[in-house]
Design a protein around this ligand. Structure first.
Ligand SMILES: [Zn+2]
Length: 455
């Protein structure tokens, strides 16, 4: 049995009592946590790896509940434009021009950024070349839920994306058969519904039947923009969430993302059906609006945090997202007491685990759970002095404070060095492939200032 003992840390367990252990230990055995708090000498075998975490914080890996792995090469292609330009002139041409290798490199680059920011589990909202994502996740060692971007109707779709409802569902079933449970169970596959604009009622209801059959979740962008509310009322006679409720698809395995333009009744429906929510504060502020997160949490809805994709955030950085989550709602409600630091940390850990239907194995440091954890070093100019570690984590720390990361009992990063892949090489390839991809997609970004080429 392989053992790793992390000792003398400030262990934020996020267990049901939210216990914190000062000078505490975490014992990892193979892929699981064996003990948290005080570890007795007789529990440790002579070949155990011992890691001294004195002066550092040990906590569960963060869970990013909404990200687009395949959009990483598109960072910066959607800045300062409206949503329709963003979608139809930038994102769709970009995504529909990708090949399998682009998806692979994009996914690796995205996972690198997530690991550096303390993420050990993510939920993918749906890209095109899912095999490229799966290969990347398998190699880099992170835990993730993959899905395929699914659309069967709507205006302006690129020609190579037009497919029937049958094909859209069949391709997702194939992915489940190919990837679900792979890599010691680190990889799962869910169904995806892109948006109400591009999903027929038949697709939506059949998706729910299949998700229940395979016991997986459904990941969908919901109530993103005001235009969506108008569209749904006009086309379906009800708002998006009301319509989804009428179709019978709202349930505990439904993850609704963004949910910015919800009515009170829609929040009631989420609470009634135990729908899960992913809040993406940066993307919301950049393009969408302000989700009513404190109101949803007050209703007992599981709300977690996501980064969204690189073209609309543009940081796949959960430390920044925690900071923004607390600020955005204090500002919106003019109430400095809403979303205190401990609540935000819950959103990024235990709530995240609930939202990705994995709370039995991840989200907290407890014996029997998977060994997904991070070590944070607060010794930096932007962080010290440290009085209240939980508050400091949310209000002052950056992803640069994340020093080490373990997923499924394997080190992914030690002292900020990624151990599972060659980071420098991947970033170089990402830059090269992104340039070629933009050309292929016919996307050219205007210069913001006059550019004078010297040589
Ligand atoms: Zn998204």
């Amino acid at each position: 049995m392989r053992q790793i003992l992390i000792k003398n840390g400030y262990v934020i367990s996020m267990n049901s009592e939210r216990q914190v252990f000062e000078n505490g230990d975490v014992l990892v055995e193979n892929d699981k946590i064996a003990a948290v708090g005080r570890v007795q000498a007789e529990q440790i075998n002579s070949s155990a790896e011992i890691v001294d975490a004195s002066g550092k914080i040990v906590m569960p890996g963060l869970i990013n509940t909404h990200v687009h792995l395949s959009q990483q090469l598109g960072r910066g292609i959607g800045d300062d434009v409206d949503l329709l330009t963003w979608l139809r002139k930038r994102i769709w041409p970009y995504e529909s021009s990708m090949d399998l290798e682009d998806s692979y490199i994009s996914s690796l680059a995205c996972c690198l950024e997530m690991i550096h920011s303390g993420v050990t589990t993510f939920a993918e909202a749906g890209g095109q070349e899912v095999d490229g994502m799966g290969k990347a996740v398998e190699k880099i060692g992170i835990r993730g839920i993959l899905s395929r971007s699914t659309m069967d109707c709507g205006e302006g779709l690129p020609a190579n994306w037009q497919e029937s409802t049958d094909t859209a569902l069949h391709k997702q079933e194939e992915l489940i058969k190919r990837w679900h449970g792979r890599a010691n169970g680190r990889i799962r596959v869910w169904f995806s519904l892109r948006t109400i604009f591009n999903n027929s009622d038949e697709l939506i209801t059949r998706t729910k039947t299949l998700a229940d059959k395979y016991r997986v979740g459904i990941h969908m962008h919901v109530a993103e923009i005001n235009e969506e509310v108008r569209f749904s009322r006009e086309q379906r006679g009800l708002t998006t969430v009301e319509h989804l409720a009428r179709l019978g698809v709202l349930d505990e395995n439904f993850l609704a993302v963004h949910t910015v333009w919800l009515t009170d009744r829609e929040i009631d429906l989420f609470a009634l059906y135990n729908v899960k929510v992913s809040h993406n504060p940066a993307a919301a502020m950049k393009v969408l609006g302000f989700a009513r997160v404190p109101e949803m949490l007050a209703r007992g809805i599981s709300v977690s945090i996501g980064t969204d994709g690189a073209p609309c955030n543009n940081r796949m950085d959960m430390m920044s997202e925690m900071y923004l989550t607390t600020l955005i709602h204090k500002g919106r409600t003019l109430n400095p007491e809403v979303l205190p630091a401990e609540k935000v940390l819950e959103m990024a850990t235990v709530n995240g685990a609930r939202c990705v239907l994995w709370e039995d194995q991840i989200g907290s440091l407890e014996p029997g759970k998977k060994a997904d954890l991070i070590i944070i070093n607060p010794a930096s100019a932007g962080t010290l002095p440290l009085h209240d570690p939980v508050a400091n984590l949310v209000y002052a720390m950056h992803s640069s404070n994340v020093e080490s990361s373990m997923c499924d009992g394997q080190w992914l990063m030690r002292d900020k060095k990624i151990l599972t892949v060659n980071e420098e090489e991947i970033l170089q390839q990402a830059q090269q492939r992104a340039a070629v991809l933009l050309k292929k997609a016919g996307i050219s970004l205007p210069n913001r200032f006059p550019v004078i080429k010297i040589r």
